[in-house]
Design a binder for this molecule. Structure first.
Ligand SMILES: O=c1[nH]cc([C@@H]2O[C@H](COP(=O)(O)O)[C@@H](O)[C@H]2O)c(=O)[nH]1
Length: 238
């Protein structure tokens, strides 16, 4: 790959809602979970939870809705629903094409997610083709090296540090995220971010920040904007 001094050298992918469509599963299951307490699962709660490790995320919803349960009881109730649905989640649009392209051009890639090992195994354990593109994955919910979940930069810093060779400059690492907490974490790590937000997210908070590129979907990603080789032109099926 030909590079210049500002082109991207490494890529880090968020998982839930970015690689696979598990955010819609979380929303459906938390709607049912909250209804059992006569409460509502709002975007305000969801955006605080997104990207956080399960224990942090549980505390957020318990505190916000003043639920009469422990973190362990929360996990038991929600996991009964989530773990049944995760294996059916679809890969997000544009993912396969982008991973294949970066792989062809030898851009090292990894995953950095708030998930724990159990969630990761159920969500992507049965997708060896997807996982084969990644050098490694960092699971903030299970990895003792990750002190704090997103929006802290920890999981992205650990993820960058596990490449071999490691990136020479965090500003040349590109993070792909859907969660507001993930965007904050990537910026705190000094990295650039492609943000594919939920339509309810307030993108104006990062308006004018040259380190943040907002896209409707990964299908709209243009590698050349980041000093990477463009997608081949013409009909990809030819
Ligand atoms: O509606 C929700 N979405 C996402 C999460 C949390 O976000 C994590 C996903 O992290 P990431 O986006 O970094 O893959 C999940 O494991 C879960 O802990 C949540 O609690 N509620």
């Amino acid at each position: 790959m030909t590079t210049n001094s500002s082109s991207i050298t490494h890529a880090i992918f968020d998982m839930d809602g970015l690689l696979i469509d598990t955010e819609s599963v979380y929303t459906d299951c938390y709607n049912k979970f909250c209804a059992q307490f006569g409460k509502q699962f709002t975007w305000e709660i969801k955006q605080k939870q997104m990207g956080r490790p399960p224990n942090e995320s549980a505390k957020i919803i318990i505190d916000h809705l003043d639920l009469p349960i422990t973190v362990e009881q929360h996990h038991e109730m929600i996991n009964t629903m989530l773990l049944k649905e995760f294996p059916h989640s679809k890969i997000m649009p544009g993912v396969n094409c982008l991973l294949e392209h970066l792989w062809q051009h030898q851009v090292p890639m990894c995953i950095a997610t708030g998930s724990d090992q159990t969630g990761f195994d159920v969500k992507v354990g049965g997708r060896p083709e997807l996982l084969s593109k990644f050098h490694h994955w960092v699971l903030a919910g299970s990895d003792p090296a990750v002190g704090h979940g997103k929006p802290a930069p920890d999981c992205f810093l650990v993820a960058a540090d596990r490449f071999d060779p490691t990136p020479i400059d965090p500003a040349r690492v590109l993070v792909f995220e859907d969660a507001p907490n993930g965007v904050e974490a990537a910026l705190a790590a000094g990295m650039k971010v492609v943000w594919c937000p939920d339509p309810r997210a307030d993108t104006s908070v990062h308006a004018g920040n040259p380190s943040v590129t907002v896209l409707r979907s990964l299908e709209d990603f243009q590698p050349e904007t980041f000093g990477l080789p463009p997608f081949p032109t013409g009909d990809p099926s030819e």
